[in-house]
Design a binder for this molecule. Structure first.
Ligand SMILES: [Zn+2]
Length: 294
């Protein structure tokens, strides 16, 4: 296949080169016949330049465009009760879009701990940093095993862990805000602090029992757990200092959920969901850094 492409490229470039030589030669003779201003050295270098440009253009645009057309971007949608099978490109995109953030997540968590001035800040930094790291690390591990390994049982266990990490991450994201802000509504914040972990536990339990069975209900639970405490906070009139960033981050998570449910409809939908998670988590992280660890 590669030999075929190479032969094709060689043949094309040879033909192009010949045509270029021909056109240059014919134009050179016509130029020479009318005037003798251009010498043979200039002609040779311009021919070489022309050939180089044709080859470069062919390598940079023609072959990748042809290959892009042949890429299998997505598979059919999964039937009820089964998981979607990503294409090779989707597998790779899934691994990369979370894999590259494992290292930065560790650094981000350490940064919170280094900036801590109290035990409460250290604990909150450790919990948030660990949740951030686990979110990306477990996701990357799961997607890598899914792509490379044929062990269905291991893939299944890791898929459950990957989904469980979403609940852990939501609870971990609330934790610094519910413990490190001025206690204007102490009893409500205290209840919410434990409620989010209770919801995370129930969500994980539900997800283990009904894995891949009622997917829409599972997504609904993520949204309830993600938005529910925020709505309670807004109703009771409590204002976090980083409220704007929290709303922007929340909006990004919700936009990402549209792609979370679009496997088989949108190419690389899951990888796009990953990117929305990265964006939303970044907005929330820098809000924590700015308002709670300044
Ligand atoms: Zn994923």
């Amino acid at each position: 296949m590669k030999d075929g492409i190479s032969r094709g490229v060689y043949a094309t470039s040879t033909t192009t080169k010949a045509k270029l030589h021909q056109s240059v030669n014919s134009s050179s003779s016509s130029i020479n016949s009318s005037s003798n201003h251009i010498n043979s050295g200039d002609m040779l270098s311009s021919t070489r330049l022309g050939t180089f440009w044709v080859r470069l253009k062919h390598k940079m645009f023609d072959i990748p465009c042809g290959q892009l057309k042949n890429v299998h971007w997505m598979n059919m949608r999964a039937t009820p009760g089964t998981a979607y099978t990503p294409t090779e490109v989707e597998h790779i995109a899934n691994v990369i879009t979370h894999g590259i953030w494992v290292g930065p997540a560790v650094y981000a968590g350490l940064q919170l701990i280094w900036r801590s001035g109290s035990d409460a800040q250290r604990v909150a930094g450790f919990i948030y940093g660990t949740a951030l790291f686990l979110l990306f690390a477990v996701s990357t591990f799961f997607h890598t095993v899914f792509y490379c390994n044929r062990n269905r049982q291991l893939k299944d266990v890791l898929h459950r862990c990957d989904r469980a990490m979403i609940y852990v991450f939501i609870a971990g994201s609330y934790y610094p805000w519910l413990t490190l802000t001025p206690p204007t509504h102490p009893s409500i914040l205290l209840i919410l602090k434990w409620l989010v972990w209770l919801l995370a536990g129930l969500g994980i339990l539900y997800q283990q029992v009904y894995h891949e069975k009622y997917k829409c209900l599972e997504t609904f639970l993520y949204i309830v757990m993600g938005l529910g405490p925020s709505i309670v906070i807004m109703i009771c009139g409590h204002e976090f200092t980083g409220m704007d960033e929290l709303k922007i981050g929340g909006l990004l998570y919700i936009l990402g959920v549209c792609f979370f449910k679009a496997d088989g409809k949108v190419p690389c939908a899951h990888a796009i969901w990953h990117l929305f998670v990265v964006l939303a988590a970044s907005v929330h992280y820098f809000a924590i850094l700015k308002h709670l660890y300044s």
